[in-house]
Design a protein around this ligand. Sequence first.
Ligand code: DCP
Ligand code: MG
Ligand code: MG
Length: 633
Amino acid sequence: MAAPPPRNDGRIIIHFDYDCFYASVFEAENPVLKSLPLAVQQKQIVVTANYEGRRRGLRKLQLISEAKKVCPDAVILLGEDLTKFRDASKALYSFLKSFVWGDRVEKLGFDEVYLDVTEMIEYNVELLNSHNLANSFFYLNKLDPTIGFAYDATTFCGPTYPPSPDGQPEATITPSSSSSDALRVRLLVASHLAHYLRDQLEQQKGYTATVGVSTSKLLSKLAGSVHKPNNQTTLLPPYTAGQPGEESNVTRFLDAHDIGKVPGIGFKLAQKLRAHVLGREPNSETYHAATPGDKVTVRQVRLFPGMGPPLLDKILGGPGSPRDIGVKVWGLLNGVDSSEVSQARATPTQISIEDSYGRLDSIDAVRKELVTLAGSLIRRMRTDLTEEEEEDTKDSIPADERKESRSVSRIRWLARPRTLRLSTRPRPPANPDGSRSHSSNRISRSAPIPPFIFNLGDSVDALAERLVQHSLMSMFRKLHPEKSGWNLRLLNVAVTNMVESAGEQKQSSGRDIEKMFRKQEAVLRDWKSSSESEPAPSQLDFHHYQSSHEPRSGLSSKLAAQTPLSYESPAEDYQTAGSTLCELAQDDDDVWEEISDDAGEEEAILSDTCKLCGASIPHFAMEAHELYHRVPD
Ligand code: DCP
Ligand code: MG
Ligand code: MG
């Protein structure tokens, strides 16, 4: 067996996963629901249930018919329009981010957030008074020592792994220079910050979360899943083995996990590793966890004879895999993950809206769809790329002009995209035997964005109409010069090449948290009303992915015909496990096949191919997608 890769535990990372997220969004709108069993439905499936519902037998990915049987008085709400979940996700992200010094706050999917709190923890560890640890104060703001919270630094806050012996406070701090003790103090202080943030999230926003505290994205995410719901877990040192034969807590903790549970090891990689350890093909019927006889733990893989980067390269390598896959996976198996919490951007790098169709083959239909897509795109731009003008600026406006400034002039663009892109995915012609190939590439055309798109005074509908007239139709004709004879299965309209507006400064430590947050709320509020007034788009996230492939069942084509809309932005709607190995399992069909001038901005979607229909499905949706095949229409 190869030596474990070297550890670097210099950072402190906190991972958040909101409890029963979609159900909580409904509860936040209508608190009466909190005491009732609540299920959120997409197609005939429960995508999540609140904890009262779970207590009474409701389960994620349960069939609605089953849910009604086990809990006849369940309140079942439709969760196909993702707008409110997306908005809540963004608001909670901004809320958490407002506490953290620096910009390393990363959203994963809708309901997970990583916070790199290293700087805050180091500052607060420095200020600990070892003579009075029980009455410590956590400083949340370097510039204002009154902002923060009191805490008892003699014990960890909340559960730990391994658990502390009953009734014993977990390890008191003793002055010592060993690196394990230094890490212990940092994690202890972080456990109190994690608790404070969970408390704030609940008090101020009404959401609970399950949280993990450790030194990397990998370990904090896994630690977080130990005590669910509404709790937290800190992974205790030692993180490195002391004496030969002695195991670190990282190894002990990680070893017990099923290999497929490790963030960054997707379904395909897990199956290859299982096959190698078992010496046979594992059963592939269930998507997530292996069937009982097929369970292969991290420990079994890690200790398999000859295991190390070269053998992993042999097992996992192949066309399309990165060259260092063995090293990366060897790191994960040993709890080593050097991927950084990505620096938050004030604005997304691109915004794109797309829809897929059963049949789209006339120019009139294309025009109509483009107007709908352009409208959604402009709405999304207004939500994501504008902000309310600073209040200081407003105060400098003479009193008699202030009333005026309440309307459009108070909203400004944070960033303006320079490029408009139209992409289509033509349906491949039928083969002589009548079958069709699954793969056909997107083709794209880009053009400069006409400046009128930024007119905040004009209605979205008018602008959408104008954009189609002025730009999109001529771009479409260049992509498809023939008047007819084509048949499209996808249209995508995107804005790219973002240029941040002058004066936009990244906020960092010492900012006014309250003000920041009010501003965010106000922007969301202003634009929410306009996007809510549009006819509710119907969207099943897993159908969306499925729908760009054939064959398609009657129901999903109907749904596609109702123009489900989607907003793409890599770390937004797509849950990319762990991120460490995002690109590893990327399916060929999902690679952004671009013939345009802004190549390089490809979406990293960790996905697999459905064995039944060939559709490319993101990992987190695969289980639901498989269920979908089993449900009669
Ligand atoms: N979701 C979905 N389809 C899936 C899986 C999830 O639409 N196949 C949605 C519904 C969930 C949200 O994503 O509310 C977050 O997924 P989680 O797996 O984190 O589930 P919850 O937050 O609902 O529950 P938990 O309390 O277990 O975290
Ligand atoms: Mg969750
Ligand atoms: Mg989650």
